[in-house]
Structures are given as C-alpha cells and as structure tokens.
Write a protein that binds this ligand. Sequence first.
Ligand SMILES: C[S@@+](CC[C@H](N)C(=O)[O-])C[C@H]1O[C@@H](n2cnc3c(N)ncnc32)[C@H](O)[C@@H]1O
Length: 206
Amino acid sequence: MSDLPTGVKDADAARWDAYYDATAGRPPRLTLLTALDRFDSVLPRCAVDLGCGDGRDTIALLSCGWSVIAIDAAPSAVERLAARSDLPKNAVLTTRCGKFETTEWPAVDLVNSSFALPLCPPDAFPALWDKITQSLKPDGRFAGQLYGSRDSWAGREGVTVFERENARQLFQDYEIELFDEEETDSVTPRGDAKHWHIFHVVARKR
Ligand SMILES: C[S@@+](CC[C@H](N)C(=O)[O-])C[C@H]1O[C@@H](n2cnc3c(N)ncnc32)[C@H](O)[C@@H]1O
C-alpha cells in the first residue's frame, strides 16, 4: 500500500529519485538569481517553490534570509530537502508534499518554479496559473520555466506546452523582466536524449 499523494505513482517517485541523484549539488537556477537581483534586500520576504525537488533553489532563497514554502509531489523530494546538510541554521522552511494544482499556499513575494510547471496537466493549468497570480503580493515576482510546443515532451500525457505568444499572454498582468527562448538538443539529467524548447521567465506582477 503506497502512502504517496493522490495521483503520484511509485514509478514517478522512483524516476524523480534518479533525477535528484543526478542533479545533486548543482547551483540555483539563473531565473531565480535574476529574480533575487531585482528585489531590494529588505526582509522579511517569503517565497513558494513549486516542484522544489531536493531544494536546489529553496536553499539559495533560505540562504538569502527568505522564508520558503517548498512544495513537491514526490515524498523523497521534501525528505531530501529537509535532510540537506547545507540547510541554513534558523531557516524558516515549510515543506508540503502534494501536487501544486491542489496544494494551497499563502500570499508570497515570489513564486519560483524551476522546470516543474510544464508537468501540470493542460486541463489544470489555467486554474493553477490563476492561483499563482492571485497569490503574488503587489510587486511580487514569478520566476521559472514553461515549455514550448517544439519540446520533445509536447503531446505527452500530463505535459503543458505553449506557443511563444501564448506563453507571453500569461503575463498580461505582469511586467516581463526576462523572457528567454531556448531551443537545443541535449540529454536530460537522467541520460535521455531530448529536444528542449524552453521559455525562461522572470516577471513582476503589476
Ligand atoms: C525537473 S524537477 C525540477 C526540480 C527543481 N525545481 C529543479 O530545478 O531542479 C520537477 C519536480 O517537480 C515535481 N513535480 C512534478 N509534477 C508536480 C506536481 N504536479 N505538483 C508538485 N510537484 C510536481 C517533481 O516531483 C520534481 O521534483
């Protein structure tokens, strides 16, 4: 009998474990660093990290003195994050194991979601995006990635992709600070060949 959150299969959890092993020790994402650069240094600040994995970005936020709500559907992600040896002393970290589509979080200064939002099923994406936008305080920011329509994973069950213009339209209530489109062939951290079509975005809510 599995105790995984609803909709998370054992096979998914094992797959993500291999990903966390392969990416262990990697630095925070450029989108997060870009967003952090845009905030003044006045604390307190609070972020939610959607699909936090084992904490690559969460640790960077905590190290800057931010409080973080880290959400991931894979139990091992939040377990690994809570056990990290580089977790700052006095870190204000809340972990929630669950799908970001169905998990609630309070108003925040930053919604960070690195390489995770494309894994929201298309029928659930509009409500998730509304929740993200509603949860941002005025002048709050979104940082993260969306996938484009030419990504290898386009058409896979449960994966949301966008045409460039549709991706930009998501940000009509935002001032876009970074919108980089990347298209490249390489391998995933788990060693699978992949055509990546990615939009890297940082945007400030108006
Ligand atoms: C590609 S990893 C990215 C992890 C981390 N953000 C990073 O940049 O390395 C995607 C993460 O999203 C999580 N995830 C996928 N779908 C999710 C969902 N619907 N709700 C919450 N987490 C999800 C996975 O468990 C995994 O940890």
